[in-house]
Design a protein around this ligand. Structure first.
Ligand code: KG4
Ligand code: ZN
Length: 333
């Protein structure tokens, strides 16, 4: 039986979780609201907040699980990708604690951890399956061969899907992060009210930067005739933007499923919390006979439970790190 502490500090959540023998016991995080004031994550403020939060958050999960640091068998932490200053706090803390306790450290890839969030609760997919990982910094279709080996089949060439949601929200004068607000507003809007120019990339790749420009020009044109256009059409705009973005995401996922002849289809990452995308996956699943997998909401956006479960799989495979490993803001997959 292995007891693993997982630590996540890649962006603006300071999070820790305990996993015992592949079962996540708890998952605690300190959210940094300060970034809302700036309309995006300010790296320096994020790393200062991580420094302040990491000890109380780790202390809490240990006490909550009824264990002491001496009970830990390994410490898993997010090595990358992410903000360098933010990663440094988690990595430094994990290494110091592991070295004091004389236990192995496990460097985790944040994007693989998003995929492995599918193994925290039932139903869990069997291998191989396809996963569309959609976050604030990445968008990729991944063929998951086992908990360690994953192959990227397609990815965005510019903005990530979450970034597209956030940038569109900014154009609608909503606060950061705008993705969840668009989701809420879209529930009372008409998804077919407006259409925006989509960029279609070859193969299984994505491009989301054009859609932002298309929304910008559309809003500018409408504002000329009616300065209150956004306010008066907010729900329809949100629903139409969400419909366009989720449609673009799904189109390539369908193509990948056909190409790979795989019917176990998952989504993961912050944007997998989007109700439009979740519903669309269920709809496509019944249409194509897919078995759909979606992490429970708390495990879609950044969390430490996914780092702890990734740590569990890497512990079993004996994929340990070294104290000399430095954080990797652009960690290769
Ligand atoms: O995975 P995540 O928490 O952090 C990164 O690794 O980037 O993803 C954050 C992204 C943000 O862009 C946020 O707006 C988006 O996920 N997001 C959503 C929803 N919840 C979070 N986008 C659309 N609808 C949501 N409900
Ligand atoms: Zn993430």
């Amino acid at each position: 039986m292995a007891i693993i502490l997982g630590i996540e500090t890649s962006c603006d959540e300071t999070a820790a979780a305990i996993c015992i023998d592949g079962k996540v016991i708890n998952n605690e995080m300190a959210t940094q609201n300060i970034h809302q004031w700036y309309g995006g994550v300010v790296p320096e403020l994020a790393s200062r907040a991580h420094q302040k939060n990491i000890v109380p958050v780790v202390d809490y999960v240990l006490k909550d699980a009824g264990i002491t640091p001496r009970d830990l068998d390994a410490i898993a932490y997010t090595r990358g990708p992410g903000l360098l200053g933010a990663l440094l706090i988690g990595a430094g803390f994990a290494k110091a604690m592991a070295s004091a306790l004389k236990v192995p450290i496990i460097p985790v890839n944040h994007l693989k951890a998003h995929v492995l969030a599918l193994f925290i609760e039932h139903p869990k997919p069997t291998f191989p399956f396809l996963c569309l990982t959609v976050s604030g910094g990445h968008t990729q279709i991944v063929k998951v061969l086992n908990p360690i080996d994953m192959v990227i089949l397609g990815q965005t060439k510019d903005d990530a899907a979450g970034e597209a949601f956030d940038k569109a929200a900014k154009l609608l004068q909503l606060t950061y992060p705008g993705g969840p607000i668009i989701d809420q507003l879209a529930k009372r809007g008409n998804p077919h009210a407006f259409t925006f120019g989509e960029t279609n990339m070859p193969n299984l790749d994505y491009s989301f930067s054009g859609i932002k420009t298309s929304i910008l020009y559309f809003l500018k044109k409408e504002a000329k005739d009616n300065p209150n256009f956004i306010k008066e059409n907010l729900h329809d705009l949100a629903a139409s933007i969400q419909h366009t973005l989720t449609g673009m995401l799904m189109e390539k996922l369908e193509k990948a499923a056909l190409q790979e002849k795989i019917r176990k289809i998952a989504i993961a990452g912050g944007v997998s919390a989007n109700s439009g995308l979740r519903n669309l996956l269920h709809k496509k699943a019944s249409q194509h006979g897919w078995e759909p997998f979606i992490p429970p909401l708390p495990y879609c956006t950044d969390n430490a439970a996914m780092v702890a479960i990734a740590g569990h799989f890497q512990y079993e495979a004996k994929h340990f790190g070294k104290l000399s490993d430095s954080p990797m803001p652009r960690m290769p997959f």
